[in-house]
Design a protein around this ligand. Structure first.
Ligand code: 5GP
Ligand code: MN
Length: 352
């Protein structure tokens, strides 16, 4: 036990696999490059928290730096320090494309395949900048000059903490720590999963020492919803949730008409997919959201059932073992039928 704990403490402190990597990055940064930070489409708390944590720290160190999100994100993520400086690609594509073209260094945060950057993918792929990926998803597919890819990490934000600690003597202030904490808090479901390594709490302890408003951060993220979002959740749980005890599975769906009825805005269904997992015995959940041109799907699982492999194989997606996403170009009904038809093939895994 003692041995394990010590191992855990050492874990992730070495952010660069080889000393040459740190040397290379230090040299690149010494040339005063124009830096651009990017993250994945439909960004979550870890995406925005990591992006802003790195952005504010690089700015504090005197670098020329910009941050672009592939698309808009909800209010409950729009309060972090530096938020007003994030560019939304879809709001000013030509300016965003110019920033991508002119960047000497590009960071890919919290994603590991180019298509996850949404509409920015083409411009990013065309860039010849020095590319750095910092991410914690399995099976990285991005071609970069430097790859920091650690699936053991709770979040990309945790990696940003380690990364900045290795690069600069005093990389943090309260604002930066609040962004990093938000990423860690959201990606661990408020420390309910992916958060068993002692090192993570050592980091959180350091963030707290900077005076972060921990409870306020929680409220900003989780107590910041509209009334209609709460009513929509009630509707989903009451009228839409289907439980399939034979497969230990539950799912919900929302059509465009239903979204309209509840004044749906970006982020309103965030977290819905987790609720059925609280039912005793449920090991696999899905949420189907109808969009204009496709169906966006979220999957969650408990234990060893691989939500990411399921999504990759059948819905062109991926993610983590217990939290994944994908999409379908079939209609909402057809997508659900496809999902239901697949479950018998997984019956053994879902019941073991
Ligand atoms: P969410 O269900 O919250 O949208 O996503 C859960 C996890 O799956 C996140 O880690 C996210 O990065 C990943 N994910 C969501 N959608 C996709 C997708 O279409 N493709 C891939 N590869 N990963 C996804
Ligand atoms: Mn993440």
């Amino acid at each position: 036990m003692d041995f394990l704990t010590k191992q855990n403490f050492k874990f992730l402190k070495v952010i660069f696999t080889k000393p040459e990597e740190k040397k290379l990055l230090t040299e690149v940064l010494a040339s005063k490059p124009k830096i651009l930070i990017t993250t994945h489409a439909n960004p979550d708390g870890d995406a925005i928290g990591s992006m802003l944590g790195l952005y504010l720290s690089l700015k504090k160190e005197g670098y020329t730096v910009s941050a672009i999100s592939p698309n808009e994100y909800p209010d409950f993520l729009s309060w972090m320090p530096g938020n007003e400086e994030v560019k939304d690609f879809t709001k000013n594509r030509s300016h965003a494309r110019m920033l991508i073209r002119e960047a000497d260094v590009i960071f890919h945060l919290d994603y590991n395949e180019i298509k996850r950057s949404g509409e920015m993918a083409e411009s990013l792929a065309a860039s010849t900048a020095f590319k750095v990926m910092i991410d914690h998803h399995p099976n990285p597919q991005l071609e970069t000059n430097l790859s920091i890819s650690k699936t053991e990490s709770s979040s990309t934000a945790e990696l940003i903490f380690e990364f900045l600690s290795e690069l600069f003597p005093q990389p943090f202030n309260k604002d930066i720590c609040e962004c990093i904490y938000t990423g860690i808090m959201t990606d661990t479901g408020c420390f309910s999963y992916s958060s068993s390594r002692p090192r993570l709490f050592e980091i959180v302890s350091k963030l707290l020492a900077f005076g972060i408003a921990k409870d306020e951060i929680y409220r900003n993220v989780f107590d910041n919803y509209s009334e209609s979002r709460m009513r929509l959740l009630g509707y989903c749980l009451n009228d839409k949730m289907q439980v399939l005890p034979q497969y230990n599975t539950a799912f919900m769906s929302l059509s465009l008409e239903e979204q309209q009825r509840f004044n749906f805005t970006t982020g309103d269904s965030e977290g819905f997919v987790n609720y059925p997992l609280s039912i005793k015995g449920v090991r696999f959940t899905a949420l189907f959201i109808e969009r204009k041109d496709r169906v966006k799907i979220s999957f969650r699982s408990r234990g060893s059932f691989p939500a990411n492999a399921f999504s990759k194989e059948h819905f062109g997606g991926g993610g983590h073992l217990n939290a994944a996403g994908g999409e379908s170009s079939l209609s909402l009904d057809e997508t659900i039928q496809k999902f239901l038809a697949l479950l018998p093939n997984y019956s053994e895994m879902l019941n073991s």
